[in-house]
Design a protein around this ligand. Structure first.
Ligand code: PEP
Length: 240
């Protein structure tokens, strides 16, 4: 259960969220909880969440360890504060022109530096309407995870048309793609990897629709964006 805060929250807002959130989810021991926060909040989250059941994640990294890359932050740097990183989010693909090749370099670097990767993929509305959803997610998975190991990767299926739009994929639509991705993992790796890899769903998940989505057999968790910004709604999603 990973919350993506995107470009939201000052330290004061984060502190106030955490005060409530830690209490709301303190008994949720049967799932992994991650908050993926902006870089500026990672030291604060690390400190506030030490010895709790909540882990910290970043939302991006660059694929080099250091150097003349103004404005970028490396895996080595975020590793000081967190254990997860989101890579390949559709907003990075769309606004920052991240291709499957760039995403692949980032995944490799994150794994090399010991981070767990929440690897995002998903089709646009146009691609869904053309009937090429499976082709698109297959290419994203094959190219994004080319020559990487799979053990520390969580796959997040996030249809682009459902992100931040209030339109959620129906549980059946999401399940269909999750089944397809699991079968692809079986072909690319083996049955054990296909069964044990977590495939989570993201796209306008909220406290009302979460349990129907999470009830699907191939949906192992979710990645809410907007709904993770409020301690009560994120914790209600986790409880469902
Ligand atoms: C996301 O940030 O990955 C996301 C799915 O956002 P939202 O829940 O706001 O659609």
């Amino acid at each position: 259960m990973a919350g993506n805060w995107k470009m939201n929250k000052t330290s004061e807002e984060a502190r106030s969220f955490l005060g409530d959130f830690k209490l709301f989810v303190k008994d949720a021991r049967d799932c992994d909880i991650v908050i993926c926060a902006p870089f500026t909040l990672l030291p604060l989250l690390k400190k506030e969440l030490e010895n709790t059941n909540i882990k910290v994640g970043a939302q991006n990294i660059f694929y080099e360890d250091s150097g003349a890359y103004t404005g970028e932050v490396s895996a080595l740097m975020v590793k000081e504060f967190c254990s997860y990183v989101i890579i390949g989010h559709s907003e990075r693909r769309k606004y920052f022109n991240e291709t499957n090749e760039i995403v692949n370099k980032k995944v490799k670097k994150a794994l090399e530096r010991g981070l767990k990767v929440i690897f995002c993929l998903g089709e646009t509305l146009e691609e869904r309407e053309k009937g090429i959803t499976k082709q698109i997610v297959e290419t994203q998975l094959r190219e994004g995870l080319s020559k990487t190991t799979i053990e520390n990767i969580v796959i997040a299926y996030e249809p682009v048309w459902a992100i931040g739009t209030g339109k959620t994929a129906t549980p059946a639509q999401a399940e269909e793609v999750h089944i397809f991705l699991r079968e692809l993992l079986r072909q690319l790796y083996n049955q054990e990897i296909a069964d044990s890899t977590r495939i989570i769903y993201g796209g306008s998940v909220n406290q009302e629709n979460a349990s129907a989505i999470l009830n699907m057999p191939n949906i192992d968790g979710c990645l809410p964006g907007g709904a993770s910004l409020e301690a009560s709604s994120f914790s209600n999603i986790i409880k469902s």
